[in-house]
Design a protein around this ligand. Structure first.
Ligand code: MV4
Length: 448
């Protein structure tokens, strides 16, 4: 195992990683910007290093400062959390060149999955079902017309350097196609410095279902079931649950084993998420994330497996702590992302939290780095914390969630808690009857 782990992140995820390290007896180093001197992860770490001023590019994204912090403190591994440098192949490469372990996949696997065309090609080769569409990039207008006519309209044009919903255009018919192609290409060029785009069949009412995987980098790979993350607003997940209300055990095992086998065959090391759109009983690969995700606790709740512990194990060469046949899925878990935002307008609401009280009891977990008197800085994402509730079944989980939302108090700033108070009482949500467009439609009908 490692001698000392530096956590290259902030907020609740820095705390999450810190807790796993502590339980394994590994000393930790926090890094922070000048805006985060009083953050919880800084207070709880064994050591801390200030790496720069508030803007992320000068601190949490500053590779040289982070490498320097490793050298000053003698950290032999870095956990990147999510966001920031977590999917930066260059960062992984630079750390390895300094004999510091990047707790994540190889730079090569990060960069393959960062290029959405290459990711899709790789997935297809490994036997993962993909969305019908162009084999690779599409540059020629004639070629685009032919592919679109073959797969049938509507089609969607996506940027290979995009992901997370950036740089997408839908074409409903051939009349829209050339404009969509041009717009997607020029927007991608401006946003990512790479104007390569590809075409897919557009799925109208899918769910977003993702499979959690972990590989040991030496040919072993497991899946930990799925998460349903269909409830999103502007490509930001709001509510995630495991299992998906849409899948049965047979479907779960089938898609899960396809993913586990693919990870094993790739020689993938670390935690990863294989994202699918799910419509009419079929799975369609869209992307793979090569990091720990915000919503990982719902998977931990139903499997009892500590994903950060597994990440630390496989990164250090200790291998997975479990085999596939030891992984079972118990009950149901839901996560609510509570943001410092107005619950209707989603306008950010940074400032000082005056009162703070979190729910507790059986099956309740709150991952958060805030406390009463803490001032949420305006420079970073607006996540206050995550409420994760586990029950023996979905009904019990929903009842428990409702109870927890009643107990949760965040005063002094606006939060999205009222949105969850509404959602937990909604019949469609109670029935698990929603797709990727449900939340935006709901919000449009319940206007500010
Ligand atoms: C799609 C799609 C429909 N058809 N691809 C958006 C985020 C990016 N990861 C992929 N996205 C989509 N890809 C095809 N072929 C619809 C979306 C999409 C979406 C996907 C997941 C969750 C929320 C979404 C909201 C709008 C569009």
């Amino acid at each position: 195992m490692f001698n000392k782990v530096l956590i290259a992140n902030r907020g609740e995820i820095a705390l999450r990683v810190l807790r796993a390290c502590k339980e394994l007896g590994i000393p930790t180093v926090a890094v922070h910007s000048t805006a985060d001197e009083s953050a919880m992860h800084v207070r709880l770490a064994d050591e801390s290093v200030c790496i720069g001023p508030p803007p992320s590019r000068d601190s949490y994204l500053n590779i040289h400062q982070i490498v320097a912090a490793c050298e000053i403190t003698g950290a032999d591994a870095v956990h990147p959390g999510y966001g920031f440098l977590s999917e930066n192949a260059k960062f992984a490469e630079i750390l390895e060149a300094h004999n510091i372990t990047f707790i994540g996949p190889t730079a090569e696997h990060i960069s393959v999955m960062g290029d959405k065309i290459e990711a899709k090609r790789t997935a297809a080769k490994l036997g993962i079902p993909v969305v019908p569409g162009s084999e690779g990039g599409v540059s020629d207008e004639g070629e685009a017309k032919k592919i679109a006519a073959d797969i049938g309209y509507p089609v969607i044009i996506k940027a290979t350097a995009g992901g997370g919903g950036r740089g997408m255009k839908v074409a409903r018919s051939e009349d829209d196609l050339l404009v969509a192609l041009q717009t997607a290409r020029s927007e991608a060029g401006a946003a990512f410095g790479n104007d390569a785009v590809y075409i897919e069949k557009y799925l109208g009412q899918p769910r977003h279902i993702e499979i959690q995987v972990v590989g040991d980098g030496a040919g072993a790979g497991v899946h930990l079931g799925e998460r349903d993350c269909s409830l999103q607003r502007r490509h930001q997940k709001v509510w995630e649950e495991a299992n998906s209300p849409a899948l049965n055990e047979k479907q779960r095992n089938e898609i899960g084993m396809i993913c586990a086998n693919a990870i094993a065959e790739m020689g993938y090391r670390g935690a990863g998420t294989i994202e699918f759109l799910y419509e009419n009983g079929e799975f369609y690969f869209i992307e793979m994330n090569t990091r720990l995700q915000v919503e990982h606790p719902v998977t931990e709740a139903i499997t009892g497996i500590d994903l950060v512990h597994e990440q630390l194990r496989v990164a250090s060469g200790a291998g997975l702590s479990v085999t596939q046949d030891q992984i079972t899925f118990e009950g149901h878990a839901i996560e609510c992302r509570i943001n410092a935002e107005d619950a209707r307008t989603f306008v950010p609401s940074p400032g000082t939290i005056t009162h703070y009280h979190t729910p507790g009891g059986l099956g309740v977990r709150v991952d958060s780095g805030v406390y009463a008197g803490y001032r949420i800085p305006p420079y970073y994402d607006s996540l206050i914390g995550k409420l994760i509730v586990h029950g023996r079944n979905r009904v019990e989980c929903m009842m428990r969630l409702r109870r927890c939302l009643d107990e949760f108090v965040v005063d002094g700033i606006k939060s999205t808690l009222p949105l969850f108070q509404d959602l937990v009482q909604n019949p469609d949500i109670a029935n698990g009857d929603y797709d990727i467009h449900w939340l935006e439609k709901y919000l449009a009908n319940h206007a500010a």
